[in-house]
Ligand binder design. Structure first.
Ligand SMILES: [Zn+2]
Length: 215
């Protein structure tokens, strides 16, 4: 029996969460910044070459920079990224201007705009475009199980993503969080901090209140 609940892997260097899905079509949501670390962590559960999809919630190096190595190691893996996020990466020459970190360039295999649904078997992930933290940030929603992978858009306890990095927008972040409050979310799997199991709607509502207050 394989476990369907996402397995949280806290990755170096900035403790971004990766989530491993041991579904019929195995997948990872975000990969962090240390490709070898992730390889060891994933190996405890599944042969890494069996991973078919890598979904990136956005392109910040602490969530995504391990992806180039993974693509070179495993040629079957398909990397899913929002179109506007790829444009941002290219415009910056795959260098994070804020952190001075150089990304190894990569090409996404599937470019999304929002609204697409990926069928992984027991789990179906819907792409929701949630700009604000970055222009092509996305959240992934599992409608039947009421799960939300929220990247750096919302965090537990009313927290939300910063908007002062390139392409960030406080107006758009508030609009995006509003969109998320219209979903029914039980479990929240954020890009940093702990998972929320049950009643995640309340956390997202608080994020909206606080974002309106402080942005
Ligand atoms: Zn980020």
């Amino acid at each position: 029996m394989s476990r369907i609940e996402p397995i949280q892997i806290v990755t170096p260097p900035l403790a971004a969460n990766a989530y491993l899905l041991l579904t019929e079509t195995p997948a990872i949501v975000d990969v962090g910044g240390d490709s070898a670390f992730l390889l060891d962590a994933v190996r405890k559960y599944i042969e890494p070459k069996k991973i078919e999809y890598i979904f990136l919630t956005h392109s910040h190096f602490d969530h995504a920079s391990a992806v180039s190595d993974w693509k070179s190691w495993f040629e079957n893996v398909r990397v899913v990224l929002h179109r506007e996020e790829y444009s941002l990466l290219k415009a910056q020459g795959f260098a994070s201007t804020v952190f001075g970190i150089k990304f190894k360039p990569f090409e996404p295999d599937v470019m999304v705009d929002g609204g697409e649904v990926f069928d992984l078997g027991e789990v179906k992930l819907e792409i929701i475009h949630t700009p604000g933290h970055s222009p092509g940030s996305v959240c992934l929603y599992e409608r039947e199980r009421k799960w939300l992978f929220s990247g750096d858009t919302v965090f537990p306890h009313g927290s939300f993503g910063r908007v002062d990095l390139p392409g960030g927008s406080s107006y758009k972040l508030i609009e995006s969080i509003k969109k998320l409050t219209q979903l029914d979310v039980h479990n929240l799997y954020p890009g940093h901090e702990d998972e929320v199991i049950g009643n995640a709607n309340d956390h997202i509502k608080h994020s909206l209140e606080f974002a309106k207050m402080f942005l």
